[in-house]
Design a protein around this ligand. Structure first.
Ligand code: ZN
Length: 105
């Protein structure tokens, strides 16, 4: 089992889960019950995480995630300071490594 992404909201996690399940990729959301409607930036380990159950599905899940995100962009993509990955604006954390780009900045 591999972690695909740290989501910035349960809504996002559910959205991605739907996309993956439509493609026949089994996944689960961790920390689902811990996410509240807090105004503060939550700690990373309290954010919902999306996990891919079968490792062989992981790369396909990543490309699905990328293409699904490219479909509905309204903002400026940002580059992850940790891994250099390009992230769409609606991602609060890097989709690849889960690092938040703007903590303490
Ligand atoms: Zn990254």
């Amino acid at each position: 089992m591999k972690r695909l992404i740290n989501c910035d909201s349960l809504f996002q996690a559910g959205h991605i889960k739907n996309i993956l399940q439509q493609a026949g990729i089994d996944c689960l959301i961790k920390n689902e019950q811990l996410s509240g409607g807090l105004g503060e930036i939550p700690f990373l380990d309290c954010l919902p995480e999306l996990w891919i159950l079968r490792n062989k599905d992981f790369e396909r899940a990543q490309s699905l995630l990328k293409s699904s995100c490219n479909a509905n962009i309204s903002g400026t993509p940002w580059g992850c300071m940790n891994c250099g990955e390009r992230n769409e604006s609606h991602f609060a954390v890097c989709w690849k490594c889960g690092i938040h780009d703007s903590i303490n900045t």
